[in-house]
Design a protein around this ligand. Structure first.
Ligand code: SF4
Length: 427
């Protein structure tokens, strides 16, 4: 069913965030692009199989996705990192998923919510036009989107059996987004505070604390925070570290059309390798299994010995705040925006994604024989984490929910965020 086209596109409110495409070709290498009937017919009409010498799209079950070359590049990517469809027939002829990237758009109350993806290097380095300037272009694109009609809220539960109202969702987003901008506190205190408030709210029975009472509760908790979040968390336990490494492994899975198409024997082989690697990540000893997107080798021991970033602290803090704000303001944290997860489980997963990115950044530095992470390591790790968040089915499973629930206990979120700090001196 098509939603009303007259609704506005709501851009995520992220200070300092810019983007323009710089034709690096990264998305053409890493994304799996699903095609509609109409897009397949258009590609057929344009005679690409003959021009390319390979089939332009392949079947994965009943879905069709753009084909890739053996090196992983999209078959339409040319030697100048340009899209052949774009060059020959114009931007409007490209598949919609390619056109809209690095934004994604979904229907919500009162409009189309745009969110921004950090697996684009130009988003990470905030290069190009302020993102608000892309709104008219996104308004044109929603004309051809086929989405279910907007819900009255984000379809999220505050907790089991308690459905959040749209106003309560707005309160949560606004409160956490404002808290992250509290410039009188270090980023460390802001993140630890956000993690601890999430833990407290997840533990509170909210059935009778609704509407204005919920607003009062949020106000009380956030007002009490500056004095409450000063105490440094204890070091994470070995079990908490193991849980985080498993979360890292879940984020690092890389989906390819070839992998999706693989026959039963290859699927069984892949599953066996995954289980073996998952056990390795849980144990955390010896060589780190090869992760897609990370070159070089590292051991779990050297990853743990890598220190936080020493230089470019302001750039790193700016990047982390842009990422977290974009996820919150783009509403890709819970409910319809994140595997239908309840609000506080989704928020916990967001804070944990930062700790997972920190682990991956350390792994990247360790594989380059560096003793501390660089801003490049962090940008790359955030890209890996954000590519997975909301897109990899494995991250939305009950197993992941159980992992997050476990880490909500015993100050687990704050301990991991603190233990895997990013800029020197602050998480
Ligand atoms: S990853 Fe970003 S900058 Fe690179 S080609 Fe894709 S949209 Fe453009």
């Amino acid at each position: 069913m098509k939603a009303s086209r007259s609704l506005p596109v709501i851009m995520p409110n992220v200070a300092n965030q810019r983007w323009s495409c710089h034709s690096c070709g990264n998305c053409c290498r890493t994304l799996v692009i699903h095609l509609s009937d109409e897009e397949c017919k258009r590609i057929d009409r344009q005679g690409w199989e003959e021009k390319l010498g390979v089939v332009p799209y392949v079947y994965v079950g009943r879905a069709r996705v753009l084909n890739k070359r053996s090196d992983g590049d999209c078959v339409f990517l040319d030697e100048n990192t340009r899209c052949r469809i774009h060059t020959e027939y114009g931007e409007q002829s490209k598949p919609l998923a390619c056109r809209v990237f690095p934004f994604s758009v979904r229907a919500r109350r009162g409009g189309w919510q745009a969110s921004l993806r950090f697996d684009c290097p130009s988003v990470v380095s905030s290069k190009g036009k302020p993102i608000g300037q892309h709104r008219p272009w996104l308004m044109q694109l929603v004309e051809v989107l086929d989405h279910r009609p907007p819900a009255d809220d984000d379809g999220a539960l505050l907790q089991r059996g308690v459905r959040a109202t749209a106003d309560e969702i707005d309160m949560v987003i606004n409160r956490f987004a404002r808290w992250l901008q509290s410039s009188d506190l270090t980023l460390a205190d802001r993140l630890i505070g956000a993690a601890r408030i999430t833990t407290t709210l997840a533990d509170t029975t909210l059935k009778k604390v609704r509407g204005p009472r919920f607003a009062t509760l949020l106000g009380l908790l956030f007002n009490a925070l500056p004095g409450e979040c000063g105490g440094a968390p204890a070091a994470p336990t070995e079990r908490q570290r193991g849980m985080l490494r498993q979360l890292v492994f879940a984020h690092a899975e890389h989906v390819t059309p070839a992998g999706m198409q693989a026959g039963l024997l290859s699927q069984v082989g892949k599953r066996w390798r995954q289980l073996r690697n998952a056990r390795c990540f849980l144990k955390g000893r010896g060589r780190v299994p090869q992760l897609p997107g990370l070159a070089g080798e590292a051991t779990f021991e050297t990853v743990e010995s890598v220190g936080p970033a020493i230089d470019h602290r302001r750039d790193i803090e700016d990047l982390l705040l842009r990422y977290l704000t974009a996820r919150l303001e783009g509403r890709s944290v819970f409910g319809d925006g994140y595997y239908d997860w309840p609000v506080f489980d989704g928020l916990a997963a967001l804070w944990l994604s930062l700790a997972a990115a920190s682990w991956l950044a350390r792994c990247g530095a360790a594989s380059e024989r560096e003793s501390s992470v660089s801003v490049e390591d962090i940008g790359k790790a955030l890209g890996m984490v954000d590519r997975a968040a909301t897109r990899l089915p494995a991250l939305g499973t009950m197993t992941e929910r159980a992992r997050v629930s476990y880490l909500l206990r015993d100050d687990g979120l704050a301990r991991l965020i603190h233990g895997y700090s990013l800029p020197g001196g602050t998480p």
